[in-house]
Design a protein. Sequence first.
Lengths: 561, 306, 296
Amino acid sequence: MDGASSRPAVQGLVDQYVGGRLSRREFVKGALALGLGMTTIGGILAACSGATNTTSGTPKKGGTLKEGYDLDFSRLDPINTNWYDPAFYAVYESLVTNDPQGNYVPQIASSWTAASDGLSVTFKIRSGLKFQSGVPLNASAIKAVYDGIADPKNGSPLGSVWVPVASTEAPDDTTLVIKLKHPYFDLFNIVKTGYWDIINMAYRTQLGDKYGQQGVDGSGPFTLTEWVPGSHTSVKRWENYPGTVTPFIQNKGKPYLDGINWLTILDAPQRAIQIQNGEIDTLRGPAFQDITRLQADSNLTVTQLKEWSGYFFSLNFKRTDLGFNDVNVRQALSHAIDRASIVKALLFTHGEPLYGPITSADKSYTKDVEQFNQFDVAKAKSMLGAAGWKAGSDGILVKGGKRFTFEMIIQAESFNQQLGSVIQAQLKTVGVDLKVSSLDRGTFFNKAFANPDSVMFFYLWPVPIDVVTLFVNSVNANGKGPNWGNAVVPQVDAAIAAWQSAANQDQLNAAGKQFQLAVAEQLPFVPVINRDAFWVNRKNVHGWHPDQWNLYPYYNDVWLD
Amino acid sequence: MADLTVLDEKAQWEAKVERLWTTRPSRWRDAWHELARNKLAVAGSLIVVFFTLVAIIGPVLAPYDYAKQVLSDVLLPPLSNGHLLGTDELGRDLLSRLLLGIRISMAVGLGTTAIALSVGTVAGMLAGYYRGWVDRIINGFVELVWGFPLILIAVLLIGAIGPGLTGVVIAVGFVNWAGFARIVRGEVFALREKEFVAAARALGKGDLEIMARHLLPNVVGSALVMGSYYIAIAIIAEAGLSFIGMGAQPPLPSLGQMISQGSGYMLLNHWLSTIPGFVIVLLVLGLNVLGDGLRDVLDPRLKGVS
Amino acid sequence: MVVILAISSAVIFYALRSAPGGPSGGGVLSPLSSQEIRQAYEKRLGLDQPIYTQYFIYLGHIANGDLGTSLVNGTPITELLKTHARNSLILGLTALLLSYLIAIPLGVLAAVKRNTWVDQLAMGGAILGMGIPNFWLALILVYFFSLRLGLLPSAGCCDPPQLIMPALVLAAEGTAVTMRMTRSSMLEHLRDDFVRALRAKGLPEWQVVIRHVLRNALIPVISLTGLRLGWLVGYALIVETIFRWPGVGYLLVDSVLRRDYPVAQFFSLLLILFVLLANWFADIAYGLANPRIRVA
């Protein structure tokens, strides 16, 4: 056998073997067929053994990814959804997105320019894009979506963050212009989120309530096959996906995976069991007590990231009899909460106390919030005493014959219940009798809007200040939005206004700082803790990279061994 | 003289009835002795008595407040300093919570069974005695409710009124009374034909008196046997409902609740779930064995058979 | 039976709709939506009308054969019925089969070897089986077989390995009861006269037991099947929820929690109907088997 002529063939075999596409046996067979002797083959194999590296191998097409998710699914309708869940990243795309370093990069828009006066932003839309139904995705289609969000009829709870937008124009198919009432530097943070994903609005209007249930029409690399909240969501590869221009996504064409199946696993300990068993391939959010065990499992890779989330509880300003409209009373209750202990005991240190509304990992975080809401039982007691409350015979505070007792509603889920229990016990030490009611979904949100004394909730959003404004903006009180505590705090409203009219990064940062300080001091809600995000994948999953800036990983690059 | 003969007969009847009546107390004495000979039943009753005592005075003797959290002492194993059974995920002493949990379980078990037994016995008595349309109506309800999956009712009921022990008690009581009614009704059917009832009626005793003085004591035995089993069923039902979140709400430490909360820590801290589980198993075992023993004693027909 | 169903349907309808909460929080709408949007949604569903009006509208739909669709994800109930009923039947029948396969041989053995250690062991096991709460058993099994040994999947459907643990847990309590019943029944029938005659004829013991006595002894046990099916329904709710087995029980619990009214209504009525049928079947079977009982 002529060595020279067969060398490229041998090299090809070696490449394939090293890339993991050939088994050892197949390699030997192929090499023998090329006329190599066993000694030579043995030598090659020995040299290759260190280099066999499936992680950087060639992606294989096929397979269905089974992903475990720690929350229930929300409707696949960006305009009216709960929080957007992983399926959004498979089925939809937005104008821009973030890369793993936090920069804005193209997705549907290929480039953009902001006017020098800051009053408009012009996006160049990629040409020839289509929705999964075949309908063209051009600037007018995008305009329809943004107008839809602004239209209160559609019930988007996010209308209040779109207020600075004066109008959206689509002068031609590939140009989108967003005109602003005043400079709105935060705009990019908004349009990159799943809530501003681009959908086929005509189809949405046609399906009405059934959009996001029975069918969706987006432009992402996968199409929806089944959506069963409480159980699973399934998608399959869209064979006509035109590809992506997003720089950090390596696979510019159709995804490798045949499909993805997300399972909602609401029972926290079950999540770790399932990924260790191989019942699922990837997982978001194992129970905190299982983290160490998962990190020690050699079949798994655990990624820990800071999470843009927060647990907080509201205090209904309308309970004037308890003094919830008095900032001193709210601060007193906040001082009774030992946030650091909660992080240690419930989160196993995987998180941090929230003295202000947002996590320290956020760009705009200001350390100045830490002077507020520190754990101080003595201070709490004295502030409550100053407000006229005296301890009764059973230790509970009494004022004018009225006991300091109120009810907090929480969503029925084990971590919420633990946190609720802890808050209950900690408030008891200052003489407050808190009742915690754990409600199922159907009841919880109905009651949240029915003037409950207190609601405990969890937010999750990549630009936390935006979502926090929803909960504390006075325009969202009285049933208009999720300001369940009916909080009216002028300093907070002013800070929100400053945030929404920021014209550049510096102004945005300043407004962000102003907002955090206002919330931390005035407590339109009481922040408690922030937790870290944990992602777990089995070693046979490649190209799956959750990052800090996007709530979920993109699935274009994912392939299975 | 005709008057005197009638008086004589009356006196004879009365004597006969009184004799039948007075044989009952010694029957109980015999039963008691028989029971004492059955070692298993004795063990069972000791267990039940033990748990009843624990339920009554246990929580008073608890070393800690069951709700007191010590976040720096979470998940301590049993036999740790100051915590005989360790602590849970919020640093609460497991032993103290267990004691209260036993009280809750016993209370729910006894409470619902007491209600079910009273309602069921009355219903069964009425149905069995009066027969006819009274029986048809009552029995209709009984049949409807008897085979009913308890959980189904509980889920619907608690879906309607919200979670909590109230819902559990109503749901469990609602289904269990039928079991008693069935048994009592069956027994009364049989007893009704017995001579002493006819005798009593001939003596002019009212229905109520007959039911209370003559029939009731005879059915009490079976009712007790059922009672023992049903307390066990009620305890398991309450635990099950609390486990899925529909029963006792935190921080109340129902045994089912504790098992549910501890289920997330099985690998490293399994005692949080296994200990309350063992308690339930032991308690239910005791009740079942006691029930078996009572049945053997009060229904000798079945004695050799189990 | 029809009367019971009709009354039940009205009661369930009322109970569900007057309970606090509604489907607007159940997953269709954003929970952050304003009251206005929520109310508009409920109006579209006709939930703002008085309950009796809603009930008549509902009856009208049923009369037309329209069972409705899930409020949460729009699937027609007929489709839900097909998949979930099939899953529940698979689980239930497997559990039933398992329990008979285990309980009857053990019960026979215990009866034949009465008062020996075999008997004590079997009966001890039975008493234990009756005492173990099924959710606790599920926890222990998952702990051993999924967590520690990694042998069995811990949840989900529908591969055969995923059926094993739920079926075992579901079968547990019934197995214990059936074992005790089989033993009692066997003991009773082992004393029948004809048994002595058969033995006198020189028939080997096992033939006497298996061929002749067992047949008679099994009658009350089998006739209890109807009731067993009824009880299974109750336990299945918990087992399906724990193991996330998408059967009717799981669907019922989930739909009640989400206030998915059409689904909750339909499936609770379905379960009630099933229980009624099972009880009725049990009564007939028992009456056939035991003519004495029919008189009472």
